[in-house]
Structures are given as structure tokens and as C-alpha cells.
Ligand binder design. Structure first.
Ligand SMILES: Cc1cc2nc3c(=O)[nH]c(=O)nc-3n(C[C@H](O)[C@H](O)[C@H](O)COP(=O)(O)OP(=O)(O)OC[C@H]3O[C@@H](n4cnc5c(N)ncnc54)[C@H](O)[C@@H]3O)c2cc1C
Length: 398
């Protein structure tokens, strides 16, 4: 019997496990992968994301292994441009620089910290089913090779990402019509990449370029499957064909300079129907993930862990199994913390479906220097109301 069984050791699971173990709970964390492992991601963090790493004690180890990030540049479908620099709106105590670092390094570092905090880490171990007693989740069935084991736990934390098995077992997820997928590679010698991430928006798809250190650039293509997966069964050919359609990217990326194969992921825009139940709770992408454009999934996962851990601790103080009555506070805390962010993500994500309108908004905001505010909101260090107000919304279109 363990106090908490954490399923998945990405940022959400590792951060929750670290916090619970440091609070004195017995924690077992499983992942089907072996770390270090790769993850399809654009791999950048805002200054707030860096602060979240600092809270876990990971910042000092990660900063020398990545590349400083100053902000992002968005190019609209018809050539408009918008720059957002963290230093223009970040509060002085936050620091004005983000971080780009490979997920291979980031995730393995957090798993190391989890082990150091006393978490029992089981790799190559997959969640197969949840066990229940009287309706409450009281553990899980996990597979290690050919062996199936039962693990009893006072709470199961589902942190198993976009295609979470825990989410499916707890009631499934809702999908939104924004049906996008991504192809992501690491490429050497990409010309003209600086300390500002680039986002090039085209019709039905976009490309992200981001230097992650060691002369390597993360190159991601995101869009509807029919616009992205143009060469069936060949993600690399599809990825390259999509890149070639972006004039500002053409000729800068050489296919023979790929240093990590193209990884495919998606579809996105999913949300769990039930984030808490008796004996179980979801964090990170397992709870919700909309679209990678704003690049804030890691920070959200780390913040979500920060919201969940003290409520789990409290739920286990007086109860054998964490009751939904206490865990419901986590659902409320998430709503309070992320509601504005969810709205801004959707404003951008669905706005891209209308290229003329999107281009106009990018042009207006760029001309007025309002990209700095926007990146402060998407970067999680300015409140969403800095964007969700009549003045800002009018400036976008008028
Ligand atoms: C194309 C793309 C670009 C992105 N770019 C950025 C970016 O630049 N910055 C940013 O902050 N965010 C970005 N994101 C979002 C970010 O990747 C996610 O939000 C983040 O990884 C969520 O962390 P997590 O811990 O919830 O899930 P994950 O990181 O996906 O971790 C889940 C873990 O669960 C394990 N697992 C899965 N199933 C099981 C099972 N059945 N049993 C045991 N283990 C299991 C997996 O092996 C994995 O290690 C991007 C996402 C995409 C798709």
C-alpha cells in the first residue's frame, strides 16, 4: 500500500510526485517509458515556467543545459508580424528570460529529483486498469513486461498525458472541433534562428522554430491532419513538404541535417470529463490540452501539480482514501487559475481558422507593440484580463 500512485512521469507527474514526497507521503510513480526519453514538444518555457522549475529545485540544473529565450515572433498568413518580448511586461522579481531545453533533458532531470525526494520510480511500467472498492478508486493494475501487478494506493494521480488511460478509465474526455496534429523534429544548422521563438502561421497549419541549445533547433509543424500528413506513412516527408510551403522558412532547413527523427502527436483539443473522483485526480495534459501554439503546457502542468499537491495532502490527512469532497477544491482551484488562459488559447486557436482576420489582428497588435502584453498572458505572468478587455480586443481589429 502506498499513499499516492502517480501514473506518468512527464512534468505534471514528476512535479506532483516530488511535492507529495517532500511533504512526507509515500509515493510510487510509474511510466511506461525509460528516461531519458523524447517527447514531441516545441520545448520552450516562459519566465513563469522557469520560476515553476525553480520551486522544484530544477532551475539551476536546467539553465546551463538549454538556451535562453527572450520571447516569440508571430508571422501571419499574409506577411503581418508581431513580436512579444518577455522583458517588456515581466514583473521585476520574475526575471525576463525564458528557457528552451530539450524534453529529453528536462523530464529526466525532474525524474532524478523525484527519486532524490524519495519517490519509488518504476519505469517500463504501464497503467492497465484502475481498481475500485465501493465506487472509490483504491489502486491500479500495472503491467511490467508480461507481468500484471496490483498496486493499492490511497490516491491515484493520472498524469499520463494527452492520451491518458487514467482519463479514459475515469469517464473519458470531450474533444473540440479544432482537430490538429503535430510533427516535430530536431534539426542542426537552421539559418537565422535567434533567441526569439518563431511562429509562422499559414492556411490550416503553422510552423514553430525554436533554438534549444547545442546548435539544434526544434522545428514543429502543426495543423489539421489532412494539411499535415500529406505523405501517408512517412512523417518526415510530410513534415518537410509542409515546411516548404512557408516562404519565411523555405531554404533555411535542410532535411539532411535532422538530428532527431520526426515525432508525430495529436489530436489535441481534449478535456477530461471528470478531473476528480473518490480516490483519483488528473493533472497536466491528462486533464486538458488545447493547442501547442501558446507553448504553455509544461508551465500549466507544473502549476497544476502545485495546486493539486496540498489538496491531496489535506485529503489524505484524515481519510484512508482521498474523498472527492476535498479533491473538488482542486477542480475549483484549476478553474480559478486557468479559466482566463483557456479563453485566450481558444481566441488564438480558433482565430487562426480565419486567415484574413488573424492576419489583420497580428498586423494591428504588432504595429501597436501589443505583442508584449499577449506573450505576458500566454506566458502565464500577466492576468488574462490584460487581453480579455474591450480596449485590447478592439485594438486587434480596429
Ligand atoms: C507539438 C507540441 C508542442 C508543444 N510545445 C510546447 C512548448 O514549447 N512549451 C510548453 O510548455 N508546452 C508545449 N507543449 C505542451 C506540452 O508538451 C505538454 O503540455 C506537457 O508535456 C504536459 O505534461 P504532462 O506531464 O501532462 O504529459 P507528458 O509530458 O505527455 O507526460 C506523460 C507521461 O505519461 C507516460 N504514460 C502515458 N501513458 C501511460 C500509461 N498507460 N502508463 C504509464 N505511463 C504512461 C508517458 O510515457 C509520459 O512520460 C507542446 C505540445 C505539443 C504537442
Amino acid at each position: 500500500m502506498t499513499d499516492a500512485l502517480v501514473v506518468g512521469l512527464g512534468p505534471a507527474g514528476a512535479a506532483t510526485a516530488i511535492r507529495l514526497a517532500r511533504a512526507g507521503l509515500r509515493v510510487t510513480a510509474i511510466d511506461r517509458a525509460v528516461f531519458p526519453r523524447e517527447k514531441a514538444c516545441s520545448e520552450y518555457l516562459s519566465p513563469e515556467g522557469v520560476r515553476q522549475l525553480d520551486l522544484l529545485g530544477a532551475r539551476e540544473r536546467l539553465v546551463p543545459l538549454g538556451e535562453p529565450l527572450e520571447g516569440a515572433m508571430v508571422r501571419g498568413p499574409r506577411g503581418s508580424a508581431l513580436e512579444g518580448l518577455f522583458r517588456e511586461t515581466a514583473p521585476p522579481d520574475l526575471g525576463s528570460v525564458g528557457l528552451s531545453v530539450s524534453r529529453r533533458i528536462l523530464d529526466a532531470t525532474l525524474v532524478d529529483l523525484a527519486r532524490a525526494a524519495g519517490v519509488t520510480v518504476l519505469e517500463r511500467t504501464q497503467l492497465v486498469d484502475l481498481t475500485r472498492t465501493g465506487g472509490a478508486v483504491t489502486g491500479a493494475v500495472v503491467r511490467q513486461g508480461d507481468r500484471l501487478d496490483r498496486v493499492s494506493s490511497r490516491i491515484v494521480v493520472g498524469a499520463d498525458g494527452l492520451r491518458s488511460v487514467t482519463t479514459r478509465l475515469l469517464g473519458g474526455r470531450r474533444t473540440e472541433p479544432l482537430h490538429r496534429v503535430a510533427l516535430v523534429a530536431h534539426v542542426a544548422e537552421v539559418r537565422g534562428v535567434g533567441r526569439t521563438a518563431e511562429l509562422h502561421v499559414g492556411r490550416g497549419r503553422y510552423v514553430g522554430l525554436n533554438a534549444i541549445g547545442g546548435g539544434v533547433t526544434n522545428v514543429a509543424v502543426v495543423g489539421r491532419p489532412e494539411r499535415i500528413l500529406s505523405v501517408p506513412g512517412d512523417p518526415e516527408a510530410s513534415w518537410f513538404a509542409a515546411l516548404e510551403e512557408f516562404p519565411a522558412v523555405q531554404g533555411r532547413i535542410r532535411r539532411d541535417r535532422i538530428v532527431r527523427r520526426v515525432l508525430a502527436t495529436g489530436p489535441f483539443a481534449v478535456r477530461a470529463r471528470r478531473v476528480v473522483t473518490d480516490g483519483a485526480l488528473l493533472v497536466g495534459d491528462a486533464a486538458d490540452f488545447f493547442d501547442p501554439f501558446t507553448g504553455e503546457g509544461i508551465c500549466t502542468a507544473l502549476r497544476g501539480a502545485g495546486l493539486a499537491a496540498p489538496i491531496i495532502e489535506e485529503a489524505l490527512t484524515e481519510n484512508r482514501v482521498a474523498p472527492v469532497g476535498v479533491l473538488a477544491r482542486y477542480r475549483a482551484a484549476r478553474r480559478e487559475a486557468f479559466l482566463g488562459k483557456w479563453a485566450v488559447e481558444r481566441l488564438i486557436g480558433y482565430g487562426m481558422l480565419f486567415p484574413a482576420l488573424f492576419d489583420r489582428a497580428v498586423e494591428r497588435l504588432g504595429r501597436r507593440g501589443m505583442g508584449h502584453t499577449l506573450i505576458g498572458v500566454t506566458g502565464d505572468f500577466l492576468p488574462a484580463r490584460a487581453v480579455l478587455n474591450p480596449g485590447f480586443l478592439l485594438a486587434m481589429l480596429a
